[in-house]
Each structure stands twice: as structure tokens, then as C-alpha cells.
Ligand binder design. Structure first.
Ligand code: PFF
Length: 453
């Protein structure tokens, strides 16, 4: 093989550390905030089934592809794509795939940070007792009040960007890792406690039925695209985040086992979050399709009623902030590594620059919930458009190209070497998926969304 490359940004100390970091990237607002509300908007069970299907046949093979590409190139996604394309005697223009990922990362982080800001503000609301014994209407009013205030949203958005850039400046490997190690399991435990609460709401079976019994007539024209887009979003795929984390993976670590672990953990968190939230929705006569505010108007009701709710509620929002934090740093890491590699910048300088750009774009999202809420394009606000463009178009398109790159551009020998697999069944299956099933699947979903099929 070609001489093994080394990353100038370092390496994870073990496979386990990589699993933690990649799970930290995958598990975030996507699982706890977005999955429940889009499931609610798209009618429940059938949507969940589509999402699981996309995880299995599109997400998992692409995650393996991203990690192996990253580890083989060991540079920022932009430079990795150029290097590996040249190595396989193809055009270095493949680097544009890296670029589109960097742009997607900026755009996603710009609104991700605003939503993480909601969670931040809820930490203080919970701790201050605002939700204590609050009715659904009272909680709804608190949430509406937050959205109506550009100043508060902007302040929380600013704090979250600063938090993110502080960790990024120090380097991912020295940043959040230690914290994630125990915060993630705690978050999962708290979700289980919420499920325990949901069991006693009297609407548990209604919630489960909504989530798990598929009724395809409830799907809309857009639902399949949204389900696929979310599979990419929740697994952090299609933009180079997992690729850059893959570039720090030690050579001997197994990519396949690791991928199943990350995808499994991510999916479990989303499903458990759904099992906690929907019973509360139904028990309180709330609307499952209420939109992006869903968890912010449901979970506080539960915390306001349960014993120890002040403590659990505060802790829960703290943990969501951490989950968002560990995802946010991976959104910007591909850009930072490129600035360091190509512009010779220090990580700290690169982080400040990236933070400022992201902050400005985020102002658009802040205003889209209040002053600009009337300005719409295709019936979507600035935030809706950004979310739709990134999650449903840019990430799947990036993922499709990554699959093509791993399946058609890289040599068979190169991918076999990275996956540590010979020509046996597992490898052939993976290669078949990335060469045919994934690109075709994404294309079909796109065509379906624009009404061609
Ligand atoms: N996977 C994260 C979540 O579910 O919240 C969001 C995300 C992180 C998307 C990193 C894309 C990415 F590259």
C-alpha cells in the first residue's frame, strides 16, 4: 500500500475514544429536539419506519465510507478528497465535495446554535422554578415569550457560539472528551426516567402506537425526503464531520464494528426520546405536529409535575446543551482543519474567524422566529429554508457523492485495506451498497420529492 499517512492534528488515543467522540457528534439536538418534532409533523409510525430504513441501508454504509476515507487521507476533508482522488488517478476536483461539506457545516451550526440557545435558557428557567406545577398553557406561553424576544435569543446564541469555539480552539481531542464520557450515559438515564414518567401519564400506549404503528396514508409528499435527510443529519453524515473524526482513528481500529455501535446508540437515543415525549403530548391534549417547539412545550410539563422535577429538569437541559455542544464542535472541525492546513492559521485564530461568520448567519435564524417571521419563501422562514436546504438536500447529496467516491473512485484494494476486510461477504455487501443501493436510493428519494416518480 501507499505509505501510511499521519494526521498533523493528532490521533485519538484509542478506538473507544473515537466511538465516544463520534457518538458525541451524532447524538445531539437531532435526536432529542428534531426527531420527535418531525415525527410528529409527518404522522408518526410510517415516518419512523422510513427513517430506520434509511439509517440501515444508506446511513450505515456511508458512515463506514466516511470513516475509511478520513483515515486513509488523514487531512481536512477538502485535502483528503484531493489526495485520495489523485492517488486513484482521478481529478483533484473532488475536493469540491469537501468544500460543500464545509459550507453545510457553517450553515447548520448557524441555526443549531440558536436552538441550543433555547436549551441553555431552559436550564435557567428550570432551575429558577418557572415550570414548577406549570400547565401546558403556561409552559407554551414561556416558550412563545422566548421566541418573541430577539435580544434573548441572540444572547443565548452568542453564548453557545463562544462555548463551541472555546473547545474547538483547544482541539477536539483535548476538549469535551472527558465530559462526554459520563454525560452521555447520564443523558440516556434521564431519558429513561422520563419514559418512566410517561408510563404513568395514561397515554403511554397511545404514544407508542403513534411512534410504532405505521400508517402510510399519513405521509406527505415530502415525508420520504425528510426521513432520509434526517438519517444523514442525525448520524452527522454527508458533510465531512465523521470523515474528519475518522482521520484521527488509529490504524488498527475496526471501522465496521465501530460504525454499528455509533449508529445503534444514536438510534436508541432518538427512539427513547420519542417514547418519553409522545405520551406527554397526548396526555396533555397537545398537538404532535406542533413543530420545532415540541420538546420545549412538552417536557417542562413533565418536570413541573414529577417529584424532584426541579433537579431532573435542570439536569436534563444541561445534558441537552452538552449533547448539542459535542455535535457543534464536529460541525466546524472540517473548516478549522482546512484553515490550519492551508492557511497556516493557529487553531485559536481559525476558531475565532469561523465563530464570527457563523454568528452572523445565525442572526437570520434568530430573527426568523420574530421580526422576520412574516418573510417567507416557498412558505418557509429563513430558519425553515436553511434547515431544509442543509438536512434534506446538501447532506444527502454530499453522502451520495461520498458513496460514489468510496465505491467507484477509490480502488478496491484501498477500501479493503482500510476496512481490514478481504473479499468476503461483509465486504462485498458493503461495496454493493455504496456502489448501487445508496446512490440509487438517494436519487430515487430526490426524484420522488420533486414529483418525477
Ligand atoms: N448529528 C447531530 C445531531 O443529531 O444533533 C447534528 C450534526 C452534527 C449534523 C454534525 C451534521 C454534522 F456534521
Amino acid at each position: 500500500m501507499a505509505e501510511r499517512r499521519k494526521s498533523m492534528h493528532g490521533e485519538w488515543s484509542s478506538r473507544w475514544v473515537f466511538i465516544m467522540a463520534a457518538t458525541g457528534s451524532a447524538v445531539g439536538l437531532g435526536n432529542i429536539w428534531k426527531f420527535p418534532y418531525i415525527t410528529g409533523e409527518n404522522g408518526g409510525g410510517a415516518f419512523v419506519l422510513l427513517y430506520l430504513l434509511c439509517i440501515a441501508i444508506i446511513g450505515i454504509p456511508i458512515m463506514m465510507a466516511e470513516i475509511l476515507i478520513g483515515r486513509r487521507g488523514r487531512q481536512s476533508p477538502i485535502n483528503t478528497m484531493a489526495t485520495l482522488a489523485k492517488e486513484a488517478s482521478h481529478s483533484p476536483h473532488w475536493k469540491f465535495l469537501g468544500w460543500s461539506g464545509v459550507v453545510a457545516g457553517f450553515l447548520i451550526l448557524s441555526y443549531y446554535s440558536v436552538i441550543a440557545g433555547w436549551a441553555l435558557s431552559y436550564v435557567f428557567r428550570s432551575a429558577g422554578g418557572s415550570f414548577d406545577g406549570a400547565s401546558a398553557d403556561e409552559v407554551g406561553a414561556i416558550f412563545d415569550g422566548l421566541l418573541a424576544s430577539p435580544e434573548s435569543l441572540l444572547a443565548w446564541h452568542t453564548i453557545f457560539i463562544v462555548m463551541t469555539m472555546m473547545v474547538v480552539a483547544r482541539g477536539v481531542r483535548h476538549g469535551l472528551e472527558k465530559a462526554i464520557r459520563f454525560l452521555m450515559p447520564t443523558l440516556f438515564m434521564l431519558l429513561l426516567i422520563l419514559v418512566g414518567y410517561a408510563l404513568n401519564t395514561g397515554a403511554f400506549s397511545q404514544g407508542l402506537e403513534f411512534l410504532f404503528s405505521p400508517d402510510f396514508s399519513k405521509l406527505s409528499q415530502d415525508s420520504v425526503l425528510v426521513a432520509m435527510g434526517h438519517a444523514f443529519f442525525t448520524l452527522s453524515l454527508g458533510m465531512g464531520a465523521i470523515m474528519i473524526y475518522g482521520s484521527y482513528v488509529p490504524h488498527k481500529a475496526s471501522i465496521t464494528g465501530t460504525t454499528f455501535y455509533i449508529a445503534g446508540a444514536d438510534t436508541m437515543v432518538a427512539l427513547v426520546a420519542g417514547m418519553a415525549i409522545f405520551p406527554i403530548v397526548f396526555a396533555n391534549g397537545l398537538e404532535p405536529g406542533a413543530g420545532p417547539g415540541l420538546i420545549f412545550v412538552t417536557l417542562p410539563i413533565a418536570f413541573g409535575q414529577m417529584p424532584g422535577g426541579l433537579f431532573f429538569g435542570t439536569l436534563f437541559f444541561v445534558l441537552i446543551v452538552f449533547a448539542a455542544w459535542s455535535s457543534a464542535i464536529s460541525l466546524i472541525e472540517p473548516a478549522i482543519t482546512w484553515l490550519v492546513e492551508n492557511k497556516g492559521m493557529k487553531r485559536a485564530t481559525a476558531s475565532i474567524g469561523a465563530g464570527i461568520v457563523t454568528w452572523f448567519v445565525g442572526v437570520g435564524t434568530v430573527l426568523s422566529f420574530n421580526l422576520w417571521s412574516g418573510y417567507k419563501l416557498f412558505d418557509k422562514t429563513f430558519f425553515d429554508l436553511l434547515d431544509y436546504l442543509t438536512a434534506n438536500i446538501m447532506l444527502p447529496l454530499g453522502g451520495l457523492m461520498i458513496a460514489v467516491f468510496a465505491g467507484w473512485i477509490m480502488t478496491k484494494q484501498a477500501t479493503q485495506e482500510e476496512l481490514h476486510m478481504h473479499d468476503h461477504f461483509g465486504y462485498r455487501m458493503w461495496r454493493f451498497l455504496v456502489r448501487y443501493v445508496t446512490p440509487l436510493g438517494v436519487t430515487v428519494v430526490f426524484l420522488n420529492a420533486i414529483g418525477v416518480i
